[in-house]
Design a protein around this ligand. Structure first.
Ligand code: PQQ
Length: 225
C-alpha cells in the first residue's frame, strides 16, 4: 500500500475504538453511579499498572537504539522519575478521589477476570510479536486525544463531586498522547514496508481495539461492586 492508503487503513479502525462503547457513552452522558465509576477506575488501574511492562517488552525485542531510547520515556512517564510521581501516581489519586482506598486498588481485589485476561493478552502480544507490531497495536493512542478531551469536559460537567484536580491523569496525559501517537505512527509507516507487514500492523491495531473494548465490556458487566 502507498503511505496514504496504509495510514487510511489504520485510521479506519477508529470505528472499533472504545470511544463508542456503551459504557463510555454512559460516562459522557453523566449517568454512571459513583460505584460504577469506582469499578471503572479500579479495573482500569490494572491496565495502567502493566503499561510499563508492555513498553519494556517492546524495548527488549527492539534492535534499534533510537527506538529504544524513545520508548524508555514512556516507562518513565508512567512510573515517574521518583516515588509519588508519574501517570501511575495520578491514576491512584483519581481512584482515591472516586472514593477508593489506595490499598484496595493496589491489591487488585476489584479487578474482574475478563479485564485481567484482556490486559494480559496485550502484554503477551508485545512480548511475542515483532517490536513494530507491538508499536502498531499501541496506535489506539491516535484516537485517544480527542476522546480524553471530551471525557474531561463531560465528566466535569456531569459529576459535580469530581474536581479538575482529580482528573490530573487525563489533563496531563492528553498533552503527551498526541505526541506519542505521532511518534508511533511514524515508526510504523517507516518500518512496515511490505504488504504483509502493513496487513499485520492493521491486524495488530484491530487486536488492541478489541483488548480495550473487552475491558470496558467486562467493567460494564461488573456494574457497581
Ligand atoms: O483514556 C483513554 O481513553 C486512553 C486510551 C489509550 C489507548 O487508546 O490505548 C491509552 C490511554 N488512555 C493512556 O492513558 C495511556 O497511557 C495509554 C498507553 C497506551 C498504549 O497502548 O501504550 N494506550 C493508552
Amino acid at each position: 500500500m502507498a503511505r496514504e492508503e496504509f495510514l487510511a487503513a489504520l485510521r479506519a479502525l477508529s470505528s472499533r475504538y472504545w470511544g463508542s462503547h456503551p459504557f463510555h457513552v454512559r460516562m459522557h452522558a453523566g449517568t454512571l453511579t459513583p460505584a460504577e465509576l469506582r469499578t471503572w477506575a479500579a479495573n482500569r488501574w490494572y491496565y495502567q499498572s502493566v503499561l510499563p511492562r508492555k513498553d519494556a517488552a517492546i524495548i527488549s525485542n527492539c534492535p534499534v537504539p533510537e527506538v529504544r531510547r524513545l520508548w524508555l520515556e514512556r516507562i518513565v512517564y508512567h512510573d515517574g522519575a521518583g516515588d509519588n510521581e508519574g501517570g501511575r501516581e495520578d491514576w491512584l489519586r483519581l481512584c482515591e478521589a472516586l472514593g477508593l482506598y489506595r490499598a484496595e486498588v493496589l491489591d487488585e481485589r476489584h479487578v474482574v477476570p475478563a479485564v485481567r485476561f484482556a490486559v494480559d493478552a496485550y502484554v503477551t502480544f508485545a512480548r511475542t510479536q515483532p517490536w513494530v507490531m507491538a508499536v502498531a497495536s499501541g496506535l489506539t493512542e491516535m484516537f485517544a486525544g480527542h476522546l480524553m478531551r471530551r471525557r474531561i469536559t463531560d465528566v466535569l460537567a456531569h459529576y459535580e463531586w469530581i474536581s479538575p484536580d482529580d482528573l490530573a491523569y487525563f489533563t496531563t496525559r492528553v498533552e503527551a498522547v498526541a505526541g506519542e501517537g505521532k511518534q508511533a505512527v511514524d515508526l510504523v509507516l517507516a518500518h512496515c514496508r511490505t504488504r504483509a507487514e502493513q496487513d499485520a500492523a492493521v491486524a495488530a491495531l484491530a487486536f488492541k481495539c478489541d483488548v480495550l473494548w473487552s475491558m470496558l465490556s467486562a467493567i460494564d458487566a461488573a456494574g457497581a461492586r
